[in-house]
Design a protein around this ligand. Structure first.
Ligand code: AMP
Length: 187
């Protein structure tokens, strides 16, 4: 089963993606984690993206799409993908459709975790004390949220027409969201 978890930073996508991947024995595909790994390795990609990421800007579609292409073409991951933080722009959504078609796959469910700006700020400030991410300071959080609102609306429109699209209240308790997701996918 392939699932997209969609929503602003701090919506709880990572937590739900991790739970779901474990439950289904699937793979959590977090572009944020993949990009942070490139920075840690100090790879060519890592060097290119370090400033954009630290500053809360989106990394270029070209770079993100190239990382995703590797995942989609990996036969061991076929139909076992839980997308967390991808796609984030219309170009990425269209790229994903193309790659899914090419690899004979489809998206089974799209879950939109909706949370407001105040909740996002509170949650990310908490996360900063736990994970110490450099892009979790207040100015960057606000930038990331605003950037999300600006670019992801077309992505929402792209998916929300489909019957496999479900909007969930991202400010609910973690377990409540998990159980709603589980009931939709019947596990
Ligand atoms: P996340 O861990 O999902 O909150 O992502 C952290 C940062 O990584 C974002 O603020 C962006 O700079 C970058 N990033 C992650 N996923 C994407 C994506 N799909 N497209 C562009 N930039 C991304």
């Amino acid at each position: 089963m392939n699932v997209i978890l969609f929503g602003p930073p701090g919506a709880g996508k990572g937590t739900q993606a991790k739970n779901l991947a474990k439950k289904l024995d699937n793979f959590q595909i977090s572009t944020g984690d993949m990009l942070r790994e490139e920075i840690q390795k100090n790879s060519e990609i890592g060097k290119k993206i370090v400033e954009d990421m630290g500053d809360g800007r989106f990394v270029s579609d070209e770079i993100v799409n190239s990382l995703i292409e590797k995942v989609l073409s990996d036969p061991t991951k076929k139909n076992k993908l839980i997308f967390d933080g991808y796609p984030r722009s219309l170009t990425q959504a269209k790229n994903l459709e193309k790659l899914l078609g090419k690899t004979n796959q489809k998206i089974d469910f799209v879950f939109f975790l909706d949370v407001n700006k105040d909740t996002v700020i509170k949650r990310i400030e908490q996360r900063k004390t736990i994970e110490n991410r450099s892009d979790d300071d207040l100015t960057t959080i606000i930038k990331r949220y605003d950037k999300y609102m600006e670019t992801t609306k077309p992505v929402l429109d792209f998916y929300s027409e489909n019957s496999n699209f479900h909007e969930l209240d991202g400010s609910s308790k973690i377990e409540e969201i998990t159980s709603k997701i589980n009931s939709f996918i019947n596990v």
